[in-house]
Design a protein around this ligand. Structure first.
Ligand code: FES
Length: 163
């Protein structure tokens, strides 16, 4: 499901912005939105076009945690494991999610890049604990069974054959 890097797409994105160093974050955001990560092939051409060194662009990508150098899933599921969510049993939710998707703490993205599962320390919605987000949409008061239903419906959206 990872899209092949297409230099024309990068050209179009750069052209849609002003071609100067201050546009680099906006350009990177558009690239990440398009590919769900920052392909390494962009560094050289982007550096040339905006007049920043590749090292500077790399530093920007690694500074902002929303940018990823690794391909991520179409659905990025963030399970909160902050204190409020943890005491309201976020661990069984995370375990069910990983089991449903055959993922683990070491393997966070499905092979087809359908799903990425991450943990976060607080989503800022403690009153709704336990909470998870899917591409920034908040799902409150989760349970392992609700997670199974959610995964099922997301798989359908991705066109998986479900039982
Ligand atoms: S601890 Fe989970 S939202 Fe704050």
């Amino acid at each position: 499901m990872t899209q092949e890097f297409n230099p024309q797409v990068l050209d179009d994105i750069i052209s849609a912005h002003q071609c100067n160093p201050s546009a680099v974050i906006a350009i990177l955001q558009d690239i990440q939105e398009r590919y769900h990560y920052i392909p390494r092939e962009i560094f050289q051409p982007l550096s040339r076009r905006v007049g920043l060194s590749e090292a500077r662009i790399y530093a920007v990508v690694t500074f902002y945690e929303n940018f990823s150098l690794e391909p991520k899933g179409r659905f990025i599921v963030k399970v909160c494991d902050g204190t409020a969510c943890h005491v309201r049993k976020s661990t069984p939710i995370l375990e069910r999610l990983r089991k449903e998707l055959a993922l683990s703490p070491e393997k966070v993205t499905t092979d087809d890049q359908g799903f990425t599962v991450e943990t976060v320390s607080c989503l800022g919605a403690c009153g709704l604990a336990p909470v998870l987000t899917v591409n920034d949409k908040v799902y409150p008061a989760m349970t392992p069974d609700k997670v199974s239903e959610l995964v099922e419906s997301l798989k359908k959206e991705l066109g998986y054959a479900t039982h």
